[in-house]
Design a protein. Structure first.
Length: 631
């Protein structure tokens, strides 16, 4: 039989030293070769069988004796196809061949398909190659090797103990030196340049950062990834202060048992009425705790203001509004600018003024429209309306001028209730007494004037003043000084305002004589009292004060404290700020701790005014009296 080259197109698959399975004609479209077998001679004792699947041309000659057996053949005269070869080999050295070949112990040419070899030297392959202990050139696809020296690759690479150049994608290595990375990097114990975000290293020294670095055991350049750091040394922070803000307690107390419902808003004219429930006019801390305005970068308040007529709820479209209240005034004064077409909403056909309901940042006020002035210009028709608060109904021209007196024995608080009567019938007004009460003997006091004139005279006799309620027919009699100014450090302020929350500040220094003693005397049935400031020799007398209602030492003491508290130098600090939800409108008589860069100053509010320009700007101006004796 002639020698024929067998060409295999599949790689050998060695099976641990066993026989190799030869597969002819599998997976190839080449035509099968024709196998020609020729033989001659004597065949004796032939045993076995043969199965042929290709076209076989057999020729024979000679003598056959003693032939035993059988042969099975198939004949196809028209079809012939090439053989497909599968090869498994072990421990062979091969050269690349054009088609898959796996002979035993032969040298083969370069192959273009995948090959598996052991202990051979090979040139670069264009496809996936897995080798052990070889030296290879740069690979264009994924490669995994151990203990090799390689050049930079363009895809993911995982190696140990190698030196590499800059990578264009994420890399993870141990104990390597790397160039700057453009993606996230995790590092510990590194020295880094300025970062552009927060950084989280351990025990490092860093410059101000704005981004982040995350790497391990490397010296890295800046990257732009968020970072958080601990125990670092940083540059000086930007200007600003941090204060500890106490937690806010629930503003309302909800009892477990049914209680009376208190309504702050007037009923709507439509039926059924709309009921508005509120816990209070504003949310705040528990009584006795100060309202603290924290230091913030910005203070945002959503302002709202609206005017309605109380009688029917008709809307009054104001384009400007202002109101004011002082310690020496017992009612609000206000003015507004409205369109000329709304004159009928504020004009009254009777002697009683029109009552206007003002809602300022959800805080209600009831005001009286007493005067108005109309201005007409080209394309402009406006009305300037002004008036006072609800307590003006107790003064002229709405209240009569009557004779008041203390014909019977009263206390000062009882005398205020007696004044608010008409022919023995009590008026629908309530007085909340905030002074220390004292006895007034019969016929010790008389006055001719309105109801409010009599109430003001009673309050000022003991160094007090009157403050109106926002919406109700209620008056508050308060002391002008809740305590001596030199003892204010023992009081808890009502508000604490930082200079950051104040828009405008003005300070005026006022110098008054530093009196330390005053004589207070009554008239007729009154008493004479000497009031001396504690801790002083009492050698600088203030002008003597007389009033017919100083009929008791308690009245003399309160009036003397008010006179000496106003003595000495003081400052008038003007503050302009927003009407914050925490504070609302700060009324006179409130103790305020104002904190600025020069230190805290403790003062008492003496006047409050509100201004609205018709846009979103709504401000309150507060005048503080800050005695120099207060530390």
């Amino acid at each position: 039989m002639s020698r024929t080259d067998l060409v295999f197109n599949q790689q050998a698959e060695p099976i641990k030293g066993g026989p190799v399975r030869l597969v002819f004609g599998a997976g190839s479209d080449l035509p099968l070769p024709t196998v020609i077998l020729e033989g001659g001679g004597t065949i004796t004792g032939l045993r076995g069988h043969a199965q042929l699947r290709s076209v076989v041309v057999a020729r024979g000659g000679g003598r056959i004796s003693g032939l035993r057996g059988h042969a099975q053949m198939s004949w196809d005269a028209d079809v012939s196809r090439g053989a497909r070869v599968g090869l498994e080999s072990a421990w062979q050295e091969a050269f690349p061949v054009a088609m898959a070949v796996a002979p035993a112990w032969q040298e083969a040419t370069q192959v273009r398909k995948a090959a598996i070899a052991r202990w051979q030297e090979a040139v670069p392959a264009h496809y996936v190659l897995a080798t052990h202990w070889q030296e290879a050139q740069r690979l264009r696809s994924a490669s995994r090797s151990a203990w090799q020296s390689g050049i930079g690759v363009r895809a993911g690479l995982e190696s140990q103990w190698q030196e590499s150049v800059r990578l264009r994608a994420a890399a993870r290595g141990h104990w390597q030196e790397a160039r700057p990375l453009r993606a996230g990097l995790d590092t510990h114990w590194q020295e880094a340049l300025r970062l552009r975000a927060a950084v989280q290293p351990h025990w490092q020294q860093a410059n101000p950062v704005r981004t982040a670095i995350h790497s391990r055991f490397t010296d890295g350049m800046p990257v732009r990834v968020p970072v958080r750091s601990h125990w670092q040394e940083a540059n000086r922070s930007a200007p600003g202060r941090t204060v500890v803000v106490p937690p806010v307690k629930p503003p309302c107390y909800v009892p477990a048992v049914p209680v009376s419902l208190v309504f702050f808003d007037p009923a709507d004219s439509s039926l059924p009425a709309r009921l508005v429930f509120r816990c209070g006019t504003r949310a705040g801390p528990e009584p006795g705790e100060p309202i603290v305005i924290p230091i913030q970068r910005t203070y945002i308040v959503l302002n709202s203001i609206g005017l309605r007529r109380v009688s029917d709820g008709a809307v009054i479209s104001a384009v400007a509004f202002s109101m004011a209240l002082g310690v020496d005034s017992w009612t609000w004064s206000w003015q507004a600018t409205i369109p000329g077409r709304q004159l009928g909403l504020i004009a009254s056909d009777t002697d009683d003024p029109v009552q206007v309901y003002a809602l300022i940042n959800n805080v209600p006020y009831v005001l009286l429209a007493e005067r108005w002035q109309r201005e007409r210009r080209f394309a402009s028709d406006q009305i300037n309306v002004s008036g006072r608060g609800l307590s003006a109904l107790l003064d002229a021209p709405y209240a009569p001028v009557v004779n008041h007196g203390s014909q019977g024995g009263f206390t000062a608080q009882q005398l205020t209730q007696h004044v608010l009567t008409a022919n023995g019938v009590p008026l629908d007004w309530v007085v909340d007494w905030g002074l220390t009460d004292w006895l007034i003997p019969p016929n010790a006091w008389s006055l001719q004037g309105s109801y409010m004139a009599a109430l003001t005279d009673i309050a000022t006799a003991a160094g007090g003043y009157i403050q109106p309620h926002n919406t109700l027919q209620r008056l508050h009699v308060l002391p002008r000084y809740p305590k001596q100014p030199w003892l204010w450090s023992t009081l808890t302020p009502d508000y604490q305002l930082p200079s950051d929350a104040v828009e405008v500040e003005g300070t005026e220094w006022v110098r008054n004589p530093a009196y330390n003693r005053v004589y207070v005397s009554g008239e007729g049935a009154g008493v004479l009292g000497e009031v001396v400031r504690a801790g002083t020799p009492g050698d600088f007398d203030a002008p003597m004060v007389t009033h017919p209602l100083i009929t008791d030492l308690e009245a003399a003491r309160q009036r003397g404290i008010a006179e000496l508290s106003a003595a000495g130098s003081s400052q008038t600090v003007s503050l302009s700020m927003q009407i914050a939800p925490q504070t609302g409108v700060i009324k006179p008589g409130k103790l305020i701790r104002y904190v600025d860069r020069s230190g805290p100053r403790l003062g008492i509010a003496r006047s409050t005014s509100i201004s609205w320009d018709g846009a979103a700007k709504l401000r309150q101006q507060i005048a503080l009296e800050v005695p120099e004796t207060v530390s």
